[in-house]
Design a protein around this ligand. Structure first.
Ligand SMILES: Nc1nc2c(c(=O)[nH]1)N[C@@H](CNc1ccc(C(=O)N[C@@H](CCC(=O)N[C@@H](CCC(=O)N[C@@H](CCC(=O)O)C(=O)O)C(=O)O)C(=O)O)cc1)CN2
Ligand SMILES: [Zn+2]
Length: 754
């Protein structure tokens, strides 16, 4: 007998309904009651979809108005003091933590945001200090429980596990161990409360277990769980995902969990663990349907996996939450059927689980019509020759060592660049995008619907470029950008313009809070037909005597924020993209652009979860980046940008990227990252972000001066750039202009004293 389960379902809604209602609430266009009512409707709709697909273990509390980690902070009452002191109601406190709060004399920054393991989802980081007193708040769980019961569902309740919570918290005082007792107590109280409900499972999620663990971790984990498991009266599923749990499987299997959830897509090694240590009578939730990629399940392979496991009474599950997938392929009305049949979004993954169960329970599976249908689709990919490009395959094969190096060394290059560019000390710049206001989106939407011509659309884009160039000149910024108005997204735009990608119309995936991305699909071999950024950059450059940066997205970031084909190595895919970018870089240079930024925003975030896999990944990432710009002249300045700056472990690789200038996020990480650069003799130029663009807060001139002064103490003046910590596309015009003005004024004040 087989059962089916999913770890979690996307909550943003089929047409991003949740995004819209939360944003409307934040703009005070709808009331709190409307927000709660509408979000309940979304949840009920999703529960019904899960029910219609006969999912046996339906999850609740996977929903969130903004982020599950933020919900967990509220569930445990671990709200940092500064937010409680605002004396707002519960919901406003929630959003103050999410977005920061600036009103009258009150001014509090948002909680920090971090990448959720190796996905493009971001969670809000809990803070733990001596002021924290945990205090259980079950309101959210209980109302979602009631909704499920009203639909006659006996739900499984998802909660973030205590160890993942602790490990991902920002511990401001003391050590992690200092918080274990409190955490244990509050989770015990939580389990005791959940005991009273009519539920199928408590799904405790501990993805931290797929990272490298040491003995202390194992001791801590056992210490916490032995007592929690002592009080349980309902079944507990220990759910892991994003990898295998090699360091702790042996210990876990001896603990009193009723079930264990394993990722069998990204956790190949889990098979060996099961073989070696057995399953000790636990129910296994086998993650065989990929929750992170959008290609259809190959039923033949899945059945082989299940055979290999050789476990009776298996639960067929997703490899991770379906949060990381778009809603349904059904809405991709512009996509050719021959591609569509090869793709599977969240709803289709439910169908796959249901079909797999039926096939497995069918005596002679090879004669099951769904099985044969599936195998026919899988084979049909071979006929899609339009995605084959032998020329680029050859080019990649023939790459030589020298293709990955610039001719001149940095020391020599930077002298030429300094002479040529002749910038003031502490040059100011921005990361690329300017606010993507409603105006921009509306016009683009009209163009998409053919309500305006391509010419009219371009005219509008050019007028925005003029506007933003004037603005930057007025603000007296030193190195300008064109604003990226023609781009929906820095990755999707490259997918639209390169060969080898599929683009979806409604394939939205939540990235953080109400923000979504529409990852393009790397379906075939990648190449570039014509230049596509040059005309805009050239136009911008002709409007000003200052330098305008060429603006490209790097190969690893394109890969990491796309859905990626599984039939070619990541190295080959990365080099194909790098070669396509190289064409664009050289065209920019040819048209007179002297500064070219190639963003590798996602390089750090996709570092493999286990150290043993770092080397291979970084080798690909560095070489692919270098390949994009190895052929430019010495006096062409190459910039790169990275959003997250936890560089401690990869600083040597960052050096090896050999970018002349790197701009990075630093504002939120108390500048400790600068020490790391220094300790490792980082020799290139750096622009540590001087303010956090993820919040509408406007830092004052004094605040900027303090940060910049700090920076000048730590970094050689000659090497220091002043810039925000990321692109400005999510901000409004007003706060952007005021923040940039303060940033430039502060820089000039400091320059006077140099
Ligand atoms: N891919 C990617 N990953 C990333 C980042 C990134 O920039 N790109 N940045 C980091 C942070 N993540 C982010 C993720 C999303 C957004 C973001 O701003 N997303 C926008 C969508 C951007 C977009 O593609 N907008 C479309 C508009 C789509 C749209 O909403 N259209 C409306 C119609 C417009 C109207 O008339 O109102 C509709 O369909 O209803 C466009 O520009 O054309 C959003 O959710 O609001 C920002 C940062 C990390 N990961
Ligand atoms: Zn960024």
């Amino acid at each position: 007998m087989y059962k089916t389960s999913v770890i979690g379902f996307p909550r943003i809604g089929e047409n991003r309904e949740l995004k819209k209602i939360v944003e409307n609430f934040l703009k005070k266009e709808i009331t709190k009651n409307e927000l709660l009512k509408e979000s309940s409707n979304i949840r009920k709709k999703h529960l019904n979809i899960l029910k219609e697909n006969s999912i046996d273990y339906i999850t609740i509390n996977d929903f969130s108005l903004y982020d599950n980690f933020l919900d967990t902070i509220c569930l445990l009452g671990a709200i940092p003091k500064r937010y409680n002191e605002l004396e707002l109601d519960e919901l406003d406190t929630y959003f103050a933590m999410a977005k920061g709060y600036q009103k009258n004399d009150k001014d509090v920054k948002a909680l920090a945001m971090k990448k959720w393991f190796n996905t493009n989802y971001h969670y809000l980081v809990p803070e733990l200090d001596k002021n924290i007193s945990f205090n259980l708040n079950l309101k959210k769980i209980l109302s979602e429980y009631k909704e499920a019961k009203d639909l006659e569902i006996t739900p499984k309740i998802s909660i973030i596990g205590p160890y993942t919570f602790l490990k991902l918290s920002n511990i401001k005082e003391g050590d992690l161990e200092d918080y274990i007792n409190d955490i244990k107590e509050i989770y015990i109280e939580l389990i005791q409360n959940l005991n009273k409900l009519d539920i199928s499972y408590i799904q405790i999620e501990e993805p931290i277990l797929v990272t490298d663990l040491n003995n202390k971790d194992i001791i801590n984990f056992e210490n916490i769980y032995k007592e929690i498991l002592n009080v349980k009266e309902k079944k507990i599923l220990l759910q892991t995902y994003f990898g295998d749990i090699r360091d702790i499987y042996e210990n876990i299997i001896k603990l009193d969990f009723d079930a264990i959830g394993l990722d069998l897509i990204d956790g190949e090694y889990n098979f060996e663990l099961i073989e070696k240590y057995g399953i000790n009578n636990k129910e296994i939730f086998a993650g065989i349907v990929n929750g992170k990629n959008i290609f259809i399940n190959d039923y033949k392979k899945s059945i082989e996996i299940i055979d290999r496991l050789g476990i009776e009474n298996l639960v067929l599950s997703s490899s991770c939450s379906l949060l990381h997938l778009p809603f349904t392929i059904k809405n991709e009305t512009s996509l050719d059927e021959k591609y569509k049949i090869l793709l599977s979004f969240a709803v289709e993954k439910l169908i796959e689980l249901r079909e797999l169960k039926n096939i497995l329970e069918f005596e002679d599976f090879e004669n099951h019509n769904k099985y044969n249908e599936n195998q026919k689709k899988i084979k049909s990919k071979q006929n899609l020759t339009e995605f084959l490009n032998n020329e680029v395959k050859e080019k990649v094969k023939n790459l030589k060592e020298e293709d990955f190096y610039r001719k001149e060394k940095f020391d020599e290059r930077i002298k030429l660049q300094k002479k040529y560019l002749n910038l003031p000390k502490l040059p100011t710049t921005t990361i690329g995008s300017f606010p993507q206001t409603l105006e921009v989106r509306k016009i683009r939407n009209k163009y998409r619907k053919n309500e305006i011509t391509k010419n009219k659309y371009n005219e509008f884009i050019y007028s925005k470029i003029e506007e933003v160039i004037k603005l930057q000149e007025n603000l007296e910024i030193d190195v300008l950008v064109h604003g990226e108005f023609e781009r929906t997204d820095m990755v999707e735009y490259f997918g639209e313009n390169f060969e080898g990608f599929l683009i979806t119309k409604n394939g939205w995936v939540q990235s953080y809070g109400t923000r979504c991305v529409k990852p393009p699909v790397i379906f075939g071999d990648i190449s570039r037909k014509d230049s596509f950024t040059v005309e805009y950059i050239k136009y911008a450059q002709e409007l000003t005597n200052k330098y305008v940066k060429g603006m490209l997205t790097g190969p690893i970031t394109i890969i990491n924020w796309s859905f990626v084909r599984e039939d070619l190595s990541i190295r080959d895919i990365a080099y194909q993209i790098a070669l396509a970018l190289q064409d664009e870089v050289l065209d920019l240079e040819k048209s007179g652009i002297k500064v070219i930024q190639i963003d590798e925003a996602a390089l750090r975030e996709k570092l493999p979860l286990r150290k043993e896999n770092w080397k291979e990944y970084l080798d690909i990432a560095i070489k692919a980046f270098r390949l994009t710009n190895s052929k430019v002249k010495a006096d062409t300045q190459i910039h790169t940008h990275m959003c997250y700056s936890e560089f401690k472990d990869i600083i040597n690789e960052i050096k090896e990227l050999d970018a002349d200038v790197i701009t990075i996020e630093a504002a939120k990480s108390d500048l400790s990252m600068i020490d790391i650069l220094n300790e490792n003799n980082y020799d290139k130029e750096v622009g540590p972000g001087v303010y956090d663009i993820h919040s509408p807060r406007i830092p004052s001139v004094e605040e900027f001066e303090t940060v910049i002064n700090e920076l000048t103490k730590k970094i050689e003046i000659e090497k220091l750039w002043i810039n925000p910590d990321c692109g400005l596309k999510t901000r409004g015009n007003k706060e952007t202009i005021e923040s940039l003005r303060n940033m430039v004024v502060a820089t000039k004040n400091i320059r006077k004293n140099l």
